[in-house]
Every structure is written in structure tokens, then in C-alpha cells.
Design a protein around this ligand. Structure first.
Ligand SMILES: NC(=O)c1ccc[n+]([C@@H]2O[C@H](COP(=O)([O-])OP(=O)(O)OC[C@H]3O[C@@H](n4cnc5c(N)ncnc54)[C@H](OP(=O)(O)O)[C@@H]3O)[C@@H](O)[C@H]2O)c1
Length: 271
């Protein structure tokens, strides 16, 4: 574990961002540094985190600590929590962002890769919220952002496990949001639709025909931070995604699933 100048954090608010080495997590780290936060950056690719840490220092004067961790491992959330305790830092904001998706027929997926989504998207996210929320409650303040998806609101054939992990995140976030709000802790579930990041490449999703509708990671983060500030439990990223979610609500569930199956069939690499 390192920080960008071998120093401990100042009196500025501290945000921990998982999956800060790319995409939406990196955009969160940059936006929060610009808003006066110090950062704890967590992901597997340490060099990327260290480069980001140096940039946050030079561009915004932010102190940031790097924790290289594979959050898919069962013991990792506890290790990250212990590392933060050891640094003597108290989190003002936890951004549970790290996640990935798989695509293609469920029964053809490589077992470890398929189950790894549950380990990372669900277990690590819930574990970090569980470890850090008691301190926030004790201090009477704190904020948690959990990354859901438009897929949180629907079952997605050919991304079955991924969408189900995101449904968990939405349900979980809404429930703990209601529990924690009276203790001064705000929880917001951020639900982006297609966003230009490394996600599609990793999930092996064909996106050429819909790329024009994608949002930037920076736009997703701006909307998320605005909704967090407004104490909204759910932040759906942009009007097109809000419309998609509204249509999903209005459509009978079985019909929606069959329509998605038809629409998504061609969008995945044949396995
Ligand atoms: N992009 C979209 O269209 C979209 C839409 C809806 C929701 N989302 C959600 O947004 C979140 C961020 O995704 P993104 O689009 O920014 O994807 P991304 O560009 O692929 O970034 C994913 C981040 O998660 C980290 N990560 C992956 N596996 C990890 C592990 N085992 N341990 C620790 N960190 C890990 C990656 O870092 P390392 O590889 O360095 O570990 C990376 O920093 C995810 O939860 C995703 O489900 C994305």
C-alpha cells in the first residue's frame, strides 16, 4: 500500500473507490478529487492506480492511497477494511463500483468466470458496505454509492448472472438506504445504461450498432454525485435510461424477458 507522497491524509473528506483503475471508477476518483476529497483507490492493476494517484495530486492537490486488491477473493474486503483502519482514516464516502459482466448463453459460460461476478458484484460490495457502515452510523454521517445498472430492473437473457447481481444491488441498496438514513448515512444506487468504458470488451458484448447511445463515464458520475447530494436512493443515468426503466416497469415481466431475449440474441459473440 502506498500513497502519492508517503503522507497520511489531511483533514479533507475521504472517499474509497473500488474499481478506480478504469472507466466509471476512475471518473469517480477524478470528480471527487476535484471536489476536495482525498482518495483511497482500490483495484487489481496497481500501476494504473499509482499513475492516477500522482495525477490527482498534481491536478487537484488530493492525497490518495493505493490498495491493490482482487476483491473477488473472499478475504479481500476485510483486508481492505483493515488497511484503511491501519491508515487511521475514516470514510466519508464508499463508492462500491468494481464489477464486471459475462455475456452469452448461461450454460456455455466458463464456471469460475460466471461465478466470479457473484463474488465481486455482490459479495464484495455487500461486505464493504457491512464493514464500513457501522463507523458511519457511529459518527452520524457517511455516504455509500453502489453501482447497479439499468439491468437491475429486468431479467436479461444472455447476461443472466450479471443482471441478477445488479438486481441484488438495487434491492440491497434500497433496503439499507431506508435503514441507514435515520442515522445520517445516505445510500444511493447508481444505475447506468450503456457507458463507454472497458466493460463491453471484458463482457464480450457486440455494441457497434448502439455505441451512439452510450454515455460517457464522466456524465454518469456527474448525475450520480448530483443525486447523492439530493439524497436520492436511486440514480438512473440520463433520460434515455430513465425512459427504458419506465417502459420496463410498464411491461408485463414475461413479455419483457422474451422481448429482451429476442433483442439481445445477436449482440453477443457466439460461444
Ligand atoms: N459500462 C457500462 O455500460 C455499465 C453499465 C451499467 C453498469 N456498469 C457498472 O459500472 C461499474 C464500473 O464498470 P465500468 O463500466 O467502469 O467497467 P470497467 O471499465 O471494466 O472498470 C471496471 C473496474 O473494476 C475493477 N475490477 C474488476 N475486477 C476486479 C476485481 N476482481 N477486484 C478489484 N477490482 C476489480 C477494474 O480494475 P482492475 O481490472 O484493475 O482490477 C476496473 O477498475 C461496474 O459495476 C459495472 O457493472 C457499467
Amino acid at each position: 500500500m502506498t500513497n502519492n507522497q508517503g503522507q497520511r491524509s489531511s483533514g479533507r473528506p475521504v472517499a474509497l473507490v473500488t474499481g478506480a483503475s478504469a472507466g466509471i471508477g476512475e471518473a469517480f476518483a477524478r470528480a471527487l478529487a476535484a471536489r476536495g476529497h482525498d482518495l483511497i483507490l482500490v483495484a487489481r492493476r496497481k500501476q494504473r492506480l499509482e499513475e492516477l494517484s500522482a495525477q490527482l495530486k498534481s491536478e487537484h492537490g488530493a492525497e490518495s492511497h493505493v490498495i491493490a486488491s482482487d476483491l473477488g477473493k473472499a478475504e479481500a474486503p476485510r483486508q481492505v477494511f483493515d488497511a484503511v483502519e491501519k491508515l487511521g482514516l475514516q470514510l466519508d464516502l464508499l463508492v462500491n463500483n468494481a464489477g464486471y459482466g459475462s455475456s452469452g448463453p448461461f450454460h456455455t459460460q466458463e464456471h469460475e468466470w460466471e461465478m466470479g461476478q457473484i463474488d465481486l458484484n455482490v459479495r464484495a460490495l455487500a461486505a464493504l458496505a457491512h464493514l464500513f457502515s457501522p463507523g458511519m452510523v457511529q459518527r452520524g454521517k457517511g455516504r455509500i454509492i453502489n453501482l447497479g445498472s439499468v439491468g437491475s430492473f429486468m431479467s436479461c437473457p444472455y447476461m443472466a448472472t450479471y443482471a441478477a447481481t445488479k438486481a441484488f444491488i438495487l434491492s440491497f441498496s434500497e433496503a439499507i438506504s431506508a435503514e441507514l438514513a435515520p442515522h445520517g448515512v445516505q445510500v444511493t444506487c447508481v444505475c447506468p445504461g450503456g457507458t463507454s468504458t472497458e466493460f463491453q470488451q471484458i463482457a464480450k458484448v457486440e455494441v457497434e450498432d448502439v455505441k451512439g447511445t452510450f454515455m460517457s463515464a464522466e456524465s454518469v458520475v456527474e448525475i450520480a454525485l448530483r443525486d447523492l447530494e439530493a439524497r436520492r436512493p436511486i440514480s438512473i443515468s440520463g433520460w434515455m435510461n430513465r425512459l427504458a426503466v419506465r417502459l420496463a416497469w410498464l411491461t408485463p415481466r414475461g413479455l419483457l424477458t422474451m422481448a429482451l431475449k429476442k433483442g439481445l440474441e445477436g449482440r453477443f459473440e457466439k460461444k
